[in-house]
Design a protein around this ligand. Structure first.
Ligand code: PEP
Length: 258
């Protein structure tokens, strides 16, 4: 049975007090409503990581992710944060390859491969994002695009390290747009991703990798997405900024396992 993951990507939102309050509200709920098969992640902005790590500490299944890391260990990279720094704070996961990083910060497959290795070296769990644009989907290129994104990154990992990663399928046209992939579209693409992993690393390894869906997931559409066999959770942007919405998506996942 694959583990299930509900992950909130707060992006560049919240002030220090707001971030602390949200983390605390989630911590209280998750502590009182634990679930042994559902992990919950929050990915706050860098300055709030430490406060959030304190809020989740000692709550089983509740973890903090960073939204990015630099590929080098240390050095003259003004404004950047290394995987080693994140690990030293008690951060356990890091989002790598989010479409906003690829688009606005020019992150190429080569850079993302280096970031994956940097994270793994520090025992961080990468949540690696892939996804096609609307134009690519309209041109029926979505499978080719995902294959290319994975071939040059995840598929280059050592066997031993593959088991450490989480993949998020995030169609770019669905991120922050209110458009969501249908359950059929999500399931189809998750199968494509799992098959590709299977080709490179074997069926057994592909079966244990959690593949999350991301793109305007909300309390209304979560249950139908989680009913898909290969959808192992969600990476959630907008709806993760509000405790009620985020927790109802988490509840939808818990109900789907009942
Ligand atoms: C995201 O940024 O990863 C995301 C899925 O955002 P949203 O849920 O707002 O579409």
């Amino acid at each position: 049975m694959r583990r299930k993951i509900i992950a909130g990507n707060w992006k560049m939102n919240k002030t220090a007090n707001e971030a602390a309050a949200l983390a605390q509200e989630l911590a209280v709920h998750i502590k009182m409503n634990p679930h042994d098969r559902v992990e919950t992640l929050i990915a706050p902005p860098f300055p709030f990581l430490q406060t959030c790590v304190r809020s989740v500490s000692e709550i089983p299944g509740f973890h903090v992710a960073a939204q990015n890391c630099h590929q080098e260990k240390s050095g003259a990279f003004t404004g950047e944060v290394s995987a080693a720094m994140l690990a030293s704070l008690g951060v356990s996961h890091v989002i790598i390859g989010h479409s906003e990083r690829r688009t606005f910060f020019g992150e190429t497959n080569d850079i993302l491969k280096a970031k994956l290795n940097a994270a793994i070296e520090q025992n961080l769990i990468p949540v690696f994002c892939v996804g096609e644009t609307l134009e690519e989907r309209n041109n029926h290129r979505q499978v080719l695009v995902i294959e290319e994104q994975l071939q040059h990154t995840v598929c280059q990992l050592d066997y031993a390290h593959l088991r450490q990663i989480v993949i998020a399928y995030e169609p770019v046209w669905a991120i922050g747009t209110g458009l969501t992939a249908t359950p059929e579209q999500a399931q189809e693409m998750h199968v494509v991703i799992r098959s590709l992993i299977s080709k490179s690393f074997g069926h057994g390894n592909a079966e244990i990798i959690p593949i999350l869906y991301g793109g305007s997931c909300n309390p209304k559409n979560a249950a139908s997405l989680f009913a898909c066999e290969d959808v192992d959770g969600a990476l959630i942007g907008g709806a993760s900024l509000n405790a009620n919405d985020f927790l109802s998506i988490r509840n939808a996942m818990i109900s789907s396992l009942a």
